[in-house]
Design a protein around this ligand. Structure first.
Ligand SMILES: [Zn+2]
Ligand SMILES: [Zn+2]
Length: 313
């Protein structure tokens, strides 16, 4: 792993972008989300502290998308206090006592006047924050919360097949929660770099192959790049520009079972025409111009037009 692989923490931009506590639709939901931010989680029993979620951003090459990759991030976050092991108490569990307000249940019952009459609602105990216990002797390192701020290197496995805009969710790697509660998640936002050779279309990649005029006319073998090295491709004699070849399975893999099999590499053939000519070359080409064989007849014209038309259907 190089330093380039270590990314700094992403700030509040994401909070603004996504909205607190929201869940996502579209591509984002592919990986599943919880709510953002710290606080309490619901469920039965005593309420539990939840650590906040962290958002990071990763830049990937197309090749990394094809193979999947493990990235390291140096993250500044809330970590469990090493002095009290997250309990928040100096001298371990012996310095905690049962909360007198809620008698250890973590909840209090409140009576409230409403338009429906008196309503009784259950609320988290304000004195122990739902824990049912009070710390007598607070840890001097963390002030009793059980968490401190620290740097941690987090490894995130990015699955093969990811695309621009997707988010990889890593549960348990976010902020540590107060008093050894449930840690938050890390959400890694994927940004894919523009590739110099390929245009991506879902699982397929598109390559534009530029062949020379003699190869188009005479045929031959040419080298074509793929995501895993070069391959030789046979060009038939009389190949027209705009002809499409398909290398099956040379595209990107399906992501974590969403769809089956690899995509293809689609090769679009273009023909390079020299931009300057020597006198001899000009003479040779002038001769070719005299030959009827160098002018397309009606059947060739309609065949090429039909293929061209398909691009817009
Ligand atoms: Zn502590
Ligand atoms: Zn209490």
């Amino acid at each position: 792993m190089s330093m380039d692989d270590i990314f700094s923490q992403f700030g509040d931009i994401f909070k603004d972008l996504f909205g607190g506590g929201a869940s996502f639709g579209g591509d984002f939901s592919d990986f599943g989300f919880g709510g953002f931010g710290g606080g309490f989680g619901g469920g039965r029993g005593k309420p539990q502290h939840h650590g906040g979620d962290l958002r990071l951003k990763v830049k990937l090459t197309l090749k990394e998308c094809a193979t999947g990759v493990t990235k390291k991030f140096k993250v500044r976050k809330k970590v469990t206090c090493t002095h009290c092991h997250g309990t928040g108490a100096e001298g371990g569990a012996s310095s905690t006592q049962t909360c007198g307000t809620c008698h250890g249940t973590g909840y209090v019952i409140r009576s409230q006047r409403s338009v429906f009459g008196m309503m009784q609602t259950q609320a988290v105990c304000p004195d122990c924050q739902g824990e049912g216990t009070i710390i007598k002797n607070k840890c001097s390192f963390c002030g009793g919360t059980g968490v401190t701020t620290g740097d941690e290197v987090v490894e995130v496995k990015i699955p093969a097949g990811v695309a621009n805009g997707m988010v990889v969710n890593v549960p348990g790697k976010g902020d540590a929660a107060i008093h050894n509660g449930v840690p938050g998640s890390i959400q890694v936002y994927v940004e894919v770099e523009q590739d110099k050779d390929f245009v991506r279309q879902d699982k397929d990649i598109i390559y534009n192959l530029l062949i020379d005029v003699p190869t188009a006319a005479l045929g031959g073998n040419v080298e074509v790049p793929t995501l895993d090295g070069k391959v030789k491709v046979k060009i038939d004699p009389g190949t027209q520009p705009g002809k499409v070849l398909r290398l099956r399975g040379k595209g990107l893999p399906a992501i974590q079972g969403y769809g089956y099999g690899n995509g293809d590499e689609i090769i679009n053939i273009s023909v390079y025409v020299p931009e300057t000519l020597s006198r001899e070359e000009k003479e040779a080409l002038e001769k070719m111009r005299q030959s009827d064989n160098f002018h397309p007849n009606q059947s060739v014209r309609s065949r090429i037009f039909n293929r061209f038309k398909q691009m817009f259907e």
